[in-house]
Design a protein around this ligand. Structure first.
Ligand SMILES: [Zn+2]
Length: 234
C-alpha cells in the first residue's frame, strides 16, 4: 500500500512539474519619492505589480533606485543589486531547466498614447466592467460605423526573440474589448532583453495611470486568466 502511494506520488510530481511555472515580476521604475512632481517614476507600477503578484501567488522584484539617477531598465544598470537579483533568477531558471516567464511591469501617464477603436468596443468594455450585462462574443457584430480615438488602458512591448507571450496576452484582452496596443520589441528594454537572452518568455506591460481601482482590478483579473491560460498551453 505504501509502495503504491509513493509510486502515485512520484507520478503526480512528474506531471505537476510539467505545469509548474515560475513567474518573475519586475518593476524597475516603481520607486517614487513621496512628493515627486516630475516624471521620474511609474506612479501605478508598484500597485499593479503587487496586485498581479498576489493574484499569481508570486512576488515582485521592486526597484531600489529612484529613476532620475539610474534607469534600471537599461543595460548599464546591470551591476545594481536590483538587476543582479533579476539576473540570478533568470540564470537559475535556465540552469535548472525550469519553466519560467518574466513580466516587467510599468505605468504610463494618461496623455501619452491614443489608439483607434470601434465605438462599440468601448461600450462593450464598460458593460463588461460594470457587469450589468454579459457580453456574449457572438452578440458582437462588426459594423461599418465610427472608430474613435481613446486612451489605451494598457499596452505591451514584446520581447525581441520570443514574441508569443506578448501577442497571446494582447489577443486575450481583445476578447474583453479592452483598449490596448502592442509594440514590437527593441534592445532598450533591457530586462525583457536579458530574459530573452536566457530563453525565458517575457513581456513588458504598461498600465495607464488614469485607471480607476475598479478598472485596475478588472485588468489584473483578465491578465491573470490570460497568463494561466498561456502557461497551460491553451
Ligand atoms: Zn517604466
Amino acid at each position: 500500500m505504501i509502495y503504491l502511494n509513493s509510486k502515485l506520488l512520484i507520478i503526480f510530481l512528474l506531471f505537476s512539474k510539467i505545469s509548474i511555472c515560475k513567474i518573475i515580476i519586475t518593476a524597475p521604475h516603481s520607486h517614487c519619492l513621496p512628493k515627486a512632481e516630475d516624471r521620474v517614476c511609474d506612479k501605478l507600477a508598484g500597485k499593479a505589480a503587487k496586485l498581479l503578484a498576489e493574484a499569481l501567488k508570486t512576488s515582485t522584484i521592486f526597484s531600489t533606485h529612484y529613476r532620475e539617477g539610474t534607469d534600471l531598465n537599461r543595460e548599464e544598470s546591470r551591476p545594481t543589486q536590483f538587476r543582479i537579483e533579476i539576473g540570478q533568477e533568470l540564470k537559475k531558471c535556465r540552469q535548472e531547466r525550469q519553466n519560467c516567464i518574466l513580466l516587467d511591469v510599468h505605468s504610463f501617464p494618461k496623455e501619452t498614447y491614443l489608439t483607434s477603436i470601434k465605438r462599440d468596443c468601448v461600450k462593450h468594455y464598460r458593460t463588461y466592467l460594470d457587469k450589468k450585462e454579459q457580453v456574449q462574443s457572438g452578440k458582437y457584430q462588426e459594423e461599418k460605423e465610427q472608430t474613435i480615438e481613446v486612451q489605451p488602458k494598457i499596452f505591451f512591448i514584446k520581447s525581441l526573440y520570443d514574441e508569443n507571450l506578448g501577442d497571446y496576452l494582447f489577443n486575450y484582452l481583445k476578447k474583453f474589448f479592452i483598449p490596448s496596443i502592442i509594440f514590437e520589441g527593441n534592445v532598450y528594454n533591457d530586462i525583457i532583453f536579458e530574459a530573452s537572452f536566457n530563453r525565458i518568455p517575457s513581456v513588458l506591460i504598461e498600465f495607464n495611470e488614469s485607471l480607476t481601482d475598479q478598472e485596475l482590478e478588472f485588468l489584473i483579473k483578465i491578465l491573470v486568466e490570460a497568463i494561466n491560460s498561456y502557461i497551460k498551453g491553451e
